[in-house]
Ligand binder design. Structure first.
Ligand SMILES: [Zn+2]
Length: 312
């Protein structure tokens, strides 16, 4: 989301909600760390979100070495209309969650509208990293690619699809310059997805080349220095340009034709397996239905011949 949109959204949210609770139609589930607001019947979902937040909270706050000082507010939207209203309509259409570190607020779309219940823990962890890291580096200029990469790293977002996309971009030499994704991400869905993948790969680069300690050290330097570039220099002893060159070399070596070929074969194998499982389940279902019909026929006390007579 571009900066001015964030600003308008921020103002819009203050105008619409301020820091007061939503209307009486919204229910609240709260504890010492989180205040979750939802509309019935999303109570079970709210409990799941609360549980997930508690599971991811400690690893995230200890890794970033910052604890939010107040309850983090989480609003779960069960309809697109609610999501549009709560976010002021400025969240990207593909967005399933938005975080506002300055307001200590996360807005989530319910799986009822995203149809992706399995992604919920990832989205929750991702947005919570934005809250914790965003508050830890408040007032400092941190590139968007680092912020998103860190959120994806903690949310463990790097699956098969992402590996394939990244390999393809790498072999076709279409990696975006980091400077292009420093302020904002593209609005178009596919381009945005690639920006996220690249961001994630910058963190993989740090972890795989230098170790997790260096990531913690970089985060610590970002918090204690004014310039992101200076934090890079303090951590790696080279400048941001060299960081980018080294990252590009790493991506080309890590995601290449081999990873593309290997993962594509794996994808086809998985697709074939899924097809066979679906076919077997369908066949079993059909057999069960036929069996059921047969027992119903028995119950009706009709012979096969009589049965055929009635329905033919
Ligand atoms: Zn994000």
């Amino acid at each position: 989301m571009v900066t001015w949109q964030r600003f308008v959204l921020y103002i819009g949210m203050i105008l619409v909600f301020g820091s007061s609770p939503l209307s009486a139609q919204w229910h609240v589930l709260e504890d010492s760390h989180f205040r979750i607001e939802y509309r019935p019947p999303a109570e079970q979902l709210a409990k799941t979100v609360q549980k997930t937040l508690h599971r991811v909270r400690l690893p995230i706050v200890s890794s970033i070495d910052y604890r939010p000082t107040a309850q983090t507010r989480v609003i779960i939207c069960s309809t697109e209309d609610d999501f549009t209203t709560v976010t002021g309509g400025f969240a990207p259409e593909w967005g399933v969650g938005v975080a506002f570190p300055a307001q200590n607020l996360i807005v989530l779309k319910s799986p009822r509208i995203t149809h992706a219940l399995e992604r919920l823990p990832t989205v929750v962890a991702h947005e919570y990293v934005h809250i914790v890291f965003g508050q830890a580096v408040a007032g400092k200029s941190v590139p968007r690619w680092f912020h998103e990469g860190l959120a994806m790293y903690h949310a463990k977002e790097l699956g098969l699809t992402e590996t394939l996309s990244l390999s393809w971009v790498s072999v076709t030499h279409k990696l975006l310059p980091l400077d292009d994704i420093s302020q904002s991400f593209p609005a178009e869905t596919n381009a945005a997805r690639m920006a996220y993948m690249q961001s994630r790969s910058t963190i993989s680069f740090i972890i795989e080349q230098y170790g997790e300690d260096h990531l913690r050290e970089l985060v610590r330097h970002i918090r204690t220095t004014q310039q992101f570039e200076h934090a890079i220099l303090l951590t790696f002893h080279y400048n941001l340009d060299t960081f980018e060159q080294n990252w590009r070399t790493y991506v080309r070596g890590r995601w290449n034709w081999w990873t593309l070929a290997a993962n594509t074969s794996f994808l086809w194998l998985t697709a074939t397996m899924l097809f066979l499982i679906a076919y077997w389940r369908k066949r079993r279902q059909t057999r069960q239905i036929i069996k059921q019909w047969e027992s119903e026929e028995d119950w009706l006390g009709l012979s096969d011949e009589e049965y055929r007579d009635i329905w033919s």
